[in-house]
Ligand binder design. Structure first.
Ligand code: PMP
Length: 420
């Protein structure tokens, strides 16, 4: 540590020195809970460092070769040679960053190209790229639905969807997770002339279950003045004949107004987007604050994204292998006696439900020591107070790796008492 860093670490802010209570005091229970957990000698599940990343499925963590099973890198595009080459070329030709907003100096030809790639991928007329998927939801929802409007959303919606509602100041109406009946009932209670945005997700990332979109669309269409937005963050690349998402697989393409997605999962880089056929879609570029008041993505990122998206249009073999992997792991973990988020494999996310925090952390650490990285998830991010180990498969996991993963779960389950 440098001398300056050491001094900085010892320093206390004036408030911390002077007051027993300050704006951090509300976090005291969380700090105490974390300290108690770490005092038991476990590794911190939220402070993992990848020292080296060898491929979409392998990294070195604390000197140990580790299989990655918690990255959402569904299609393994992070190391695709064409994708990497496109990024290097753009870095050389256009520099490291744009240093500007999309509406000022931050739109390069690469930003246009990635929006063209999205239009082709989705077969839609309008495409807007944001700096992250979080900002895509934040921007789209808050700009579309303002004061006096309603956003109707699934109770298990992603944080970025909730935050979009708060930023826009719309009234939020939540319905029970994936319940068509509850959605219908709650829409029925709203004023007929009010404008409404219904936000759904193709795949729900905590349990890996998918939405019954045709039934939901049918219920929504019974009510006036509703637009439909589907977040396909976890469906893009994998679902549907063209990899567009669950809405394509379930045949409701003509019924949705907006698709929101991310580059941080199947596309293999970072960024977010919204696509739509609405004739006035382009006006959002002028009024959407999370689009206007932030810097655009670096040229290397948009070049990698455009290349990846175009390759994902022809990734049928990868999709088939990812399904095979997902089904095999689901079966393997079921056979071992684990409780999973879904009874049948519905997506490339397989959630292992554990009894409590202690058991989840013990399993997570046992797996890491065996050489397997999975995501740990806990309330409030998870539904109904559950502690989960979330596994997300990659099309690049080999059959052999999937068998190794199952064997590691068997060993960790025995060692921790999580399985019979
Ligand atoms: N929507 C959903 C459903 C997500 O799961 C996520 C990220 N986990 C996002 C949006 C945000 O995507 P990004 O990582 O690009 O910010």
């Amino acid at each position: 540590m440098t001398e300056a860093a050491a001094t900085a670490n010892d320093a206390r802010t004036p408030a911390a020195t002077a007051n027993a209570r300050d704006l951090f005091s509300k976090f005291d229970p969380l700090i105490a809970e974390r300290e108690a957990l770490l005092a038991t000698g476990v590794r911190d599940p939220f402070a993992i460092v990848m020292d080296e990343v060898k491929s979409p499925t392998q990294a070195v963590i604390k000197g140990k070769d580790t299989i990655l099973l918690g990255t959402y890198n569904y299609m393994g595009m992070t190391f695709d040679p064409d994708v990497v080459a496109a990024g290097k070329k753009a870095l050389d030709e256009f520099g490291a960053g744009t240093t500007g907003s999309r509406v000022l100096n931050g739109t390069y030809q690469g930003h246009r190209e990635v929006e063209d790639a999205l239009r082709d991928f989705y077969g839609m007329a309008g495409a807007m790229v944001f700096s992250t998927g979080y900002q895509a939801n934040l921007g789209t929802i808050s700009t579309l639905a303002g004061k006096g409007d309603y956003v109707i959303l699934d109770a298990d919606s992603h944080a970025s969807i909730y935050d979009g509602c708060f930023l826009g100041d719309a009234d939020i109406v939540r319905f029970r997770h994936n319940s068509v009946e509850d959605l219908d009932k709650r829409l029925g209670r709203l004023p007929a002339d009010a404008l409404k945005l219904v936000v759904l997700e193709g795949v729900y990332s905590m349990l890996g279950d998918i939405a019954p979109l045709p039934a939901m669309v049918a219920a929504i269409r019974k009510h006036p003045n509703c637009m439909i937005l589907v977040d396909e963050a976890h469906g893009m690349g994998f679902f549907g004949p063209n990899g567009r998402g669950v809405y394509e697989e379930q045949g409701v393409e003509a019924d949705v107004d907006f698709i929101v997605g991310t580059f941080s999962k199947s596309v293999g880089t970072v960024g977010g987007f919204c696509v739509s056929n609405h004739p006035k879609f382009e006006v959002l570029r002028l009024v959407c604050r999370p689009y206007v008041f932030t810097a655009s993505l670096p040229p290397s990122v948009v070049a990698t994204a455009a290349t990846s998206i175009r390759k994902l249009m022809h990734a049928g073999e990868k999709r088939a292998h990812l399904w095979k992997n997902s089904k095999r792991l689901h079966q393997g973990l079921t056979d071992l006696g684990f409780t999973l988020g879904t009874q049948t494999p519905q997506s490339a996310i397989i959630a292992v439900i554990l009894n409590d925090q202690a058991q989840a952390v013990a399993m997570w650490q046992a797996l890491l020591e065996l050489g397997l990285y999975v995501n740990m998830a806990r309330p409030p991010a998870t539904p109904a107070g559950t502690f989960l180990l979330r596994c997300s498969l990659c099309a690049d996991h080999s059959d052999e790796q999937v068998e190794q993963i199952i064997a590691m779960f068997a060993a960790a389950g025995k060692a921790t008492g999580a399985t019979p």
